[in-house]
Every structure is written in C-alpha cells, then in structure tokens.
Design a protein around this ligand. Structure first.
Ligand code: KG4
Ligand code: ZN
Length: 359
C-alpha cells in the first residue's frame, strides 16, 4: 500500500515548524523559533512572531526537504495548522501552504493544532513504547485523555477517534499555564521563557512558603460529586499571577529582598496542583485510563512528578511523548494530515481561512 508523503506546516505561535512524514514514519522535524526576539518583552509579541514566520518559512522549508531528501513534487499533500493560535502567525503558515498547494497542484489539509498535539501518537517513534498508529486505532470507547499545557494553551481533551471524535472538556478562561510562568518570571526578575527559569529557581525553594490561590477549584466552580460545577475542568491563572505580584510588591515596599526561590516554588506548586487535580477529576469521571501530557510545559519537572504520582494513585497510565514532539512542531501536523488522507477524507477548500479560535 502507498503511504502518503505529507508536508506539515505549523505557525500558530512562535515556532515555525516544518515536518515531513511518510505515513507513520517521521522523515524530518525542523523547528525554527522566534523565542529570542520576544525575550526583552517577556512574552510572545504577535506582530514579531508573524514577521519571524515570514522570514523563517522558506528557509525552513528548504532545510526540511533537503534533510528528508524529498522534493515538493513528490508530496501527496500539504497539511497546515488552521488554528487555534495567533491570527497573524497562523495566516503566514496558511498562506505559504496555499501557495505551495497551488504551485505544486497538491491537496491541502487544514489541521486543528490541539488535535495535532495528540496526533504525534500516529508516528512510529513518538518516544513511548506502544504509543503509535496501532494504539490510536484501538482506543477504548472512553477514549484517551490529553492534558495540553503550553505558552498558548491549557486544555483537557478526550480523544475517542483522532479524526472524528475529539471533545474539549476544559480550557483556561484567561492565561495559559506557560504564559503564567512567563509573567511570574518577569515579576521575579527571571529571564524569558519563564518556565525553565522558575522550574530551576523552585528547586531551592519551599513550595509551602506562600499559600497562593488555586483558581476555579472552589465548590461553586467544581461542584460536588452529585452536582457539576460550571468550571469543573476549566482553568484560571490570572488571580494567581496577581497574588504573586502582591507578595512581591509587599517585600519591595518593606525594602526587603524578595525570596525568589520560595515564591517560585509556591507559585509552581499552585499551578501544578490545580492542573493535575483537574486532570485527575476529568479522567476519573470520564473513566479514562490513559493520559497524554503534551505542550512545552510538559518539560516542567514538578508537573511531570506530580502528574506521575497522581496518575499512579488513580490507576491511570501516563504517557509523555519526547519533548521535540511535545512542543509545537510540524511533524504532528503532517502526521494528522497523513491520517486524514489515508482515511480518504476530502481536503480543505483552497480558500479556507485560518481561524485563531478554531474550536
Ligand atoms: O509548547 P511551547 O514550546 O510553545 C508555545 O506555547 O508557543 O511552550 C512554551 C511554553 C513557555 O511558556 C515556557 O515558559 C513553557 O512552555 N515551558 C516551561 C518549561 N519549559 C518550557 N514551563 C514550565 N517549566 C518548564 N520546565
Ligand atoms: Zn501547541
């Protein structure tokens, strides 16, 4: 059987990703990040990200084709992230994909970025034994849970079928978890990206030094066993960020040195506690037995530790793809495109538009 050769393009945030797959085989996964250009602002600036995609797109494409030793003409289809993400950033990838599809006369598949994060499981080499296309084809009826945590998203999904049945259980109402890390790092005078910096600083701190709020975990949001709260599986990190700011301001007003390690550790504990509690609630209530952890924050040492611990307590199998497939990349987009094409799904219309809030 012919395995489709697919070019995948990802540009929803600050990574310009080009991935090439042949069916479930990953040929290349090229990522160019504009992270450095956002450092002095302490967060991703959409306009800068868009311009960086424009600069990186064609060189990244050439590099990927060369590395995979294939040509554009050989492709069976082009797949591109259609959303959700930053509107201008998405538009660069979608425009590039359309141009390539028209020029080379290839079908084009618009891909949902969040579903693609789970689509890495369609690859033979996701970094987890047994997490591959066969696994994705034999999902139990209750589905696979996915906890996606990055600078752009914080979501809990249930995937019952990767191409036709994906449900969003919960999401952040304000900041993404990674964004909260980045903003708090800035308050503490740590460098961007804040995640790794806080992760490191927290190692020497006391996570119980400050009792920071656990957003949307009060009964009126979570509900009880009998009664489901309106934001049971949702997240909010803006109150936490404000609480950290108040503490830091307090030390500064008193002319005292800010205990950076303790604040970092306490903040991190609040974030990770809420994320893992809500993920466990979702899994137990939905009968989910396997949880995938994805997104850039999956690199966080405390999140990995507490998720592993709580999954074990709840009898849930935790799977974490290799980090290059957890962070934003083109391979996941290509992998999902290959699956859609393999299933004989119709490609997207050439005039489809990027949708920053794609459901
Ligand atoms: O998935 P990702 O590379 O892409 C975007 O969201 O664009 O995630 C980047 C995010 C940043 O917010 C960064 O601070 C966070 O992931 N991050 C971490 C760690 N490493 C990266 N957050 C917490 N702990 C880490 N070790
Ligand atoms: Zn992502």
């Amino acid at each position: 059987t012919h395995e489709p050769l697919i070019l995948g393009i990802e540009s929803s945030c600050d990574e310009t990703g080009i991935g090439i797959v042949r069916g479930s085989t990953l040929l290349t996964n090229t990522v160019s990040s504009s992270m450095d250009e956002h450092v002095r602002f302490g967060g991703v600036i959409p306009e800068i990200a868009s311009r960086a995609h424009l600069d990186a797109m064609i060189p990244a494409l050439h590099a990927a084709l060369e590395e995979a030793n294939v040509t554009l003409d050989e492709m069976d289809a082009i797949a591109v992230t259609a959303g959700p993400g930053l509107a201008g950033a998405l538009m660069v990838g979608v425009s590039a994909a359309k141009a390539l599809a028209v020029a080379a006369n290839k079908p084009l598949y618009g891909i949902n970025h969040l579903v693609a994060h789970v689509g890495v499981g369609l690859l033979d080499d996701s970094g987890i034994e047994g997490f591959n296309a066969d696994f994705m084809d034999s999902l139990p009826k209750e589905g696979l849970g996915a906890l996606l945590v990055s600078g752009g998203h914080t979501e809990i999904l249930v995937v019952r079928d990767i191409t036709s049945d994906v449900e969003l259980l919960g999401a952040t109402l304000d900041d993404a978890a990674g964004e909260a890390y980045d903003k708090v790092a800035r308050l503490l005078g740590l460098n961007y990206p804040g995640g790794p910096a806080i992760d490191k600083a927290a190692r020497n701190g006391n996570p119980k030094a400050f009792a920071f709020p656990r957003g949307l975990t009060a009964r009126k949001y979570m509900g009880t066993d009998e009664e489901h709260g309106p934001h049971r599986y949702d997240f909010s990190f803006s109150g936490l960020k404000t609480a950290v700011a108040r503490v830091v301001e307090g030390f500064e007003a008193r002319g005292e040195e800010v205990p950076v390690a303790d604040v970092a550790a306490s903040f991190q504990e609040a974030v990770v506690d809420v994320i893992t509690r809500k993920a466990m609630l979702a899994c137990t209530e939905q009968g989910i037995k396997t949880l995938l952890l994805g997104g850039g924050v999956a690199a966080n040492s405390r999140l990995r530790e507490l998720t592993a611990q709580r999954c074990q307590e709840h009898g849930i199998k935790l799977i974490i793809p290799k980090l290059s497939l957890c962070t934003d990349n083109g391979a996941m987009v290509a992998a999902l495109g290959a699956r859609l094409m393999g299933e004989g799904r119709a490609p997207s219309a050439i005039d489809f538009v990027a949708d920053s809030s794609l459901p």
